[in-house]
Design a protein around this ligand. Structure first.
Ligand SMILES: Nc1ncnc2c1ncn2[C@@H]1O[C@H](COP(=O)(O)OP(=O)(O)OP(=O)(O)O)[C@@H](O)[C@H]1O
Ligand SMILES: [Mg+2]
Length: 342
């Protein structure tokens, strides 16, 4: 092992050119494409991306379930494949599907893992008790996992991943499918793990989750890392895309007649502002978020953005378009995400 000083300077996780291709020939699909990540010790890094972006495949490689097609990765300085006997003890993983043994009790799940890691009986006992307290499961120790709520099962899965005190924790969508209360509890858990110095790579498609938990965020699409940085840095990077967004009544996106009405109204708006809205990318319709983005209008209008803002309100009124809200100004993480992901 390295001494403490040397260890402190080594990145907790480093991937270089990490690539995974499934299939061959014309059917080949590159799911992770030359991923370069460097995550420092104690950092929480959120890999943000839509369905199929390559998040789980990345975690699969990092946890040695999937052999990479190309590239390498290091955990605390050790090569993840060539020195896997060294790296195995260094990380824990919470997979996308809760993987606890349903028929085993809470205690048995944890004990099973402690035995698997060869943790000596007394040490295991203390360790498990600590984890149960930390993850708020102490009063459920004799209950089979299947009787726990989704949120509790997720906490148990995290506790299981922490049994061997890993330095690095991989969490694949740790809060997917949980209600808001349970999500908040998981967030608190992750924050607590961070204070203990655990390095965490988590994946999510929840922007607010990434924003809340992560020191740095990387946005991945089609297996490629498109952009990364702190929330402030990401926002800074797309200053030029500052603009206006209008969230509409959902029916504009589900009823064809209403949609035609919106499209025609947009057409008229474009004609009214040919300078600001002529470029095809100046107006973007996000079907999932019921939102229309008017990008870069700031720059296009050279200081006339206020006027445009008022014009948008006028347009909404004239066209009798029901909207939920109009937002204007500094981009938030959602704007960054939308700007990058398009
Ligand atoms: N075993 C496999 N064989 C073939 N293709 C696969 C395999 N596993 C994943 N893929 C493909 O790789 C791409 C990335 O999938 P992956 O599961 O990593 O995405 P994800 O970002 O985790 O998505 P989600 O948010 O839905 O979990 C997808 O197009 C998927 O179909
Ligand atoms: Mg996934």
């Amino acid at each position: 092992m390295l001494d403490d000083k040397a260890q402190a300077s080594v990145a907790a996780l480093e991937t270089r050119g990490l690539t995974k291709q499934f299939g061959r020939g014309p059917k080949a699909r590159v799911s992770v494409d030359h991923l370069d990540l460097t995550i420092q010790q104690g950092e929480v890094y959120a890999l943000l991306g839509d369905n199929g972006a390559g998040k789980t495949t990345t975690i699969g490689m990092l946890t040695t379930l999937l052999p990479p097609t190309a590239g390498y990765f290091k955990i605390c300085g050790f090569d993840g494949r060539k020195q896997s006997e060294k790296t195995k003890g260094l990380f824990g993983v919470v997979s996308q599907d809760v993987a606890v043994y349903q028929e085993l009790t809470v205690w048995e799940n944890l004990k099973f893992l402690a035995d698997l890691y060869g943790i000596e009986e007394k040490k295991a006992q203390t360790r498990i008790e600590k984890l149960l307290a930390r993850f708020d499961l102490a009063d459920r120790i004799n209950e089979p996992a299947e009787r726990l709520s989704g949120g509790m099962q997720r906490r148990l899965a995290i506790a299981c991943a922490m049994v061997n005190s890993p330095r690095v924790l991989f969490m694949d969508e740790p809060t997917v499918g949980l209600d808001p209360g349970a999500r908040r509890q998981i967030w608190a858990t992750i924050k607590e793990l961070k204070t203990l110095g655990v390095t965490i790579l988590l994946t999510t498609h929840y922007l607010e989750e990434a924003e809340l938990l992560a020191d740095r965020i990387g946005i991945i699409k089609g297996g490629k890392l498109l952009i990364e940085g702190t929330v402030a840095q990401l926002t800074q990077k797309i200053r030029g895309m500052r603009g206006i967004s209008v969230k509409f009544d959902p029916r504009f996106f589900v009823e064809p007649e209403q949609r035609t009405k919106l499209d025609e109204a947009l057409q008229r708006l474009r004609q009214a502002f040919p300078d600001a809205l002529a470029a095809p990318e100046a107006v973007r319709i996000d079907e999932l978020r019921n939102t229309v983005y008017f990008l870069s209008v700031h720059e296009a209008l050279a200081g006339e953005a206020e006027k445009f803002f008022k014009a948008i309100y006028q347009w909404l009124e004239d066209e009798k378009l029901d909207f939920v809200r109009v937002a204007f100004g500094e981009p938030n993480l959602e704007d960054v995400f939308m700007a990058v992901i398009k």
